[in-house]
Design a protein around this ligand. Structure first.
Ligand SMILES: [Zn+2]
Length: 170
C-alpha cells in the first residue's frame, strides 16, 4: 500500500466536474521530499476535472525555490513558475506511478490502479518545481559571493601544491 502524503487528492468520493485545491510547498515540503531543493515557498493551485473515466489535473505553481549557485555554490532563491496538466487514467494493467509524456503535448499521463482511491501529487509537485528551473542555476551577473569565488581560487592552488607534494614523496 503506497504511502499517501498530505498532497493527495482523494478522487473516489469526488463528483464529476472541477474541484480546486491549494497546496503550500514550504520548507517542510522540500525538506521532507529530500531532493536537491532544500527550501522553498511556493503555492500550488491544482484544479482536478473529473470525468467518467479519467482525471485531468491542471497545476499552476508560483513562488521561489532555494538552489545552490553553480558558479559560487552560495544558496539563493530562484523564481518558480510552472503550468502543466497531468492526466490520470485508471487501469489494472498499468501499476504504479509511471509518468508518460504524451505525443507532442506537454501533458503527462499517470496510470493508477482503480483500487487506489487517492492521487498522491507530492512527487509530481516536487518534480514540476524542479523542472521549471533552468538547467544552469547561477546568480544574476555580478551577484555571486566574491568571498566564495576567492576561496575556490585558493582551493585549486592548494590542490596543485598537493600534487607537487606527492611527486616529492615518490
Ligand atoms: Zn553565485
Amino acid at each position: 500500500m503506497p504511502r499517501v502524503s498530505k498532497y493527495a487528492v482523494f478522487h473516489q468520493g469526488l463528483s464529476l466536474g472541477e474541484h480546486t485545491y491549494e497546496f503550500a510547498l514550504d520548507d517542510v515540503f522540500f525538506e521532507n521530499y529530500g531532493g536537491e531543493i532544500k527550501r522553498g515557498d511556493c503555492k500550488a493551485t491544482v484544479t482536478v476535472a473529473k470525468t467518467a473515466n479519467l482525471l485531468s489535473v491542471h497545476t499552476v505553481i508560483e513562488g521561489k525555490a532555494q538552489v545552490s549557485c553553480d558558479r559560487c555554490l552560495e544558496e539563493f532563491y530562484m523564481p518558480v513558475f510552472f503550468d502543466g496538466t497531468l492526466v490520470v487514467r485508471f487501469s489494472y494493467d498499468r501499476e504504479g506511478y509511471d509518468l508518460e509524456r504524451v505525443g507532442d503535448t506537454d501533458d503527462e499521463i499517470l496510470w493508477l490502479s482503480p483500487d487506489i482511491d487517492a492521487v498522491d501529487l507530492e512527487e509530481y509537485l516536487y518534480e514540476s518545481v524542479y523542472l521549471s528551473l533552468p538547467m544552469q542555476k547561477v546568480h544574476p551577473e555580478g551577484e555571486c559571493d566574491p568571498d566564495m569565488l576567492a576561496r575556490f581560487v585558493r582551493v585549486s592552488s592548494d590542490e596543485e601544491d598537493d600534487e607537487d607534494g606527492q611527486e616529492e614523496f615518490e
